[in-house]
Design a protein around this ligand. Structure first.
Ligand code: HEC
Length: 163
């Protein structure tokens, strides 16, 4: 009988532990839902305080710009991989073709109807032309310096403009 009691009480204990953990999960879920709501509120108040200039783009321009931007990000990732493996000539090609002053890029920058934005975009592409040349020198320190210089333009423009 004593043995049965011992089994019963350990089963009860296990049940209590199980139920407590279920309850914990519930609280966690509730907390996540609350966090999401907090974030949404914080986001919308941040939007109001967003001092960046709007380019007032239409939905088609927005989509076009974001596709272009994702391609810029991809180019930077490719360049880092190529520099790490000392494939300088390939890195130089990616830098010019995907970030440099190609006709396509120049037209894109001009298409958003804001002269200052266009100028910053053109400076950015010129810095990529320079970066492309520097890569040909096969000097990793200089190559990283050039990449950092070009990426300063990404940071600067993102801090100044929004769609
Ligand atoms: C001349 C301005 C300018 C330059 C330079 C620039 N961007 Fe952007 N980028 C923008 C704008 C404007 C947006 C939209 C931001 C917004 O509305 O919040 C954007 C958005 C993005 C996004 C978001 C894409 C998406 O699908 O949501 C990525 C990623 C991005 N840029 C990467 C880059 C990288 C990487 C560089 C540099 C190699 C770069 N950008 C240089 C203006 C610029």
């Amino acid at each position: 009988m004593k043995k049965n009691n011992a089994i019963l009480s350990s089963l009860l204990l296990a049940l209590v532990v199980f139920l407590t953990s279920c309850n914990d999960n519930n609280t966690t879920e509730k907390e996540i839902v609350k966090k999401k709501a907090d974030f949404t509120m914080a986001d919308s108040s941040k939007m109001k305080n967003d001092k960046r200039m709007s380019l007032k783009l239409n939905p088609m321009q927005k989509n076009h710009q974001l596709i272009n931007m994702r391609s810029h990000l991809e180019a930077v990732q490719q360049i880092i991989t190529l520099l790490a493996t000392e494939k300088y000539d390939e890195a130089s090609k990616v830098a010019y073709k995907k970030l440099g002053s190609t006709t396509e890029m120049k037209l894109m920058c001009a298409s958003f109807g804001d002269k200052n934005f266009e100028n910053l975009g053109l400076e950015f592409h010129k810095s990529a032309d320079k970066m492309s040349e520097i890569f040909k020198g096969r000097d990793k320190d200089k190559a990283l310096g050039a990449l950092s210089n070009t990426m300063n333009y990404c940071v600067k423009c993102h801090a100044t403009y929004r769609q």
